[in-house]
Design a protein. Structure first.
Length: 270
């Protein structure tokens, strides 16, 4: 049975146009589980563990995330969760999202692709949102030359944003736009905080109070990371969070209407 959620009144009628099929759901759960380990290991490993002893290798070991994120999209395609029209829509939105990222004005960490990703995840559902987040990131990285060991982490972070947008509570009208604006604001900060974890444990240039300490307690390393985040990337992430929230409030209504109109006309089979 596909994982779907009933659409809001006046939006998609009986439900989401794209569901998550069982095999894709398993792939998504496995990918997310490994992703949680990839992001969270600095707070739970001991200094004597194998991972603690090889912390400098961690960013490259977790490049396994790349094929896993792609595997979720493949499972959706092969199980019929996405039909030809859904794939076409995924391609169009990914191209637009990548273009927005490439053409963003460079105001701090502002990336308007978050605006499109959250609205598309809301309209087309969590599975589509997960796939779209990953594909947008890959396309953007290829356009801008941003390919490196950080890319699988960025893919998963964007994919999670799209997925969570698809499972937000039901709402309509202005309440829905406020809900989405609040979510994209929180996601802007959360994405930045997560992405720092791909390199923070191996950054040797940090002062002791903000660096990863192998063997230290969860609370100690969490405190060190909080100092690092506030003093380095909080301001950068604020531009992404606040400006995308404003975009949702100002442009969310027409974009949601356009996406829902496209979904109704396409009559996706997922």
């Amino acid at each position: 049975m596909a994982l779907t959620r009933a659409g809001s009144p006046g939006s998609l009628g009986s439900g989401r146009p794209v569901g998550v099929r069982p095999r894709a759901l398993v792939a998504l759960a496995l990918t997310s589980l490994i992703g949680i380990v990839a992001f969270g290991w600095p707070f739970v490993v001991s200094g004597s563990s194998a991972l603690g002893e090889h912390s400098h290798d961690a960013p490259y070991l977790f490049v396994v995330l790349l094929p896993l994120v792609i595997g979720v999209v493949y499972a959706e395609l092969s199980d019929g969760g996405m039909d030809v029209k859904a794939v076409a829509m995924l391609g169009v939105l990914a191209a637009v999202g990548a273009g927005l990222s490439a053409l963003s004005p460079g105001i701090g960490g502002f990336d308007p692709a978050f605006f499109l990703l959250v609205l598309a995840g809301r309209v087309f559902g969590p599975g589509f949102g997960f796939a779209l987040g990953g594909v947008i990131l890959v396309a953007s990285a290829l356009l801008t030359g941003g390919v490196g060991p950080w890319m699988p982490f960025q893919m998963l972070g964007m994919a999670w944003v799209g997925l969570l947008a698809g499972v937000l509570p039901r709402a309509t009208g202005r309440v829905e736009r406020v809900l989405l604006a609040g979510f994209v604001t929180l996601a802007g900060f959360g994405y930045g905080a997560l992405l720092n974890l791909w390199f923070w444990p191996v950054a040797t240039f940090l002062p002791p109070g903000s660096s990863f300490t192998p063997g230290a307690s969860f609370v100690t390393n969490l405190g060190h990371y909080a100092v690092f985040y506030v003093t380095t990337s909080l301001g950068w992430d604020a531009a992404r969070a606040v400006l995308n929230g404003v975009l949702v409030l100002l442009l969310g209504r027409p974009v949601l209407l356009a996406l829902r109109r496209a979904a109704r006309r396409a009559a996706f089979s997922g």
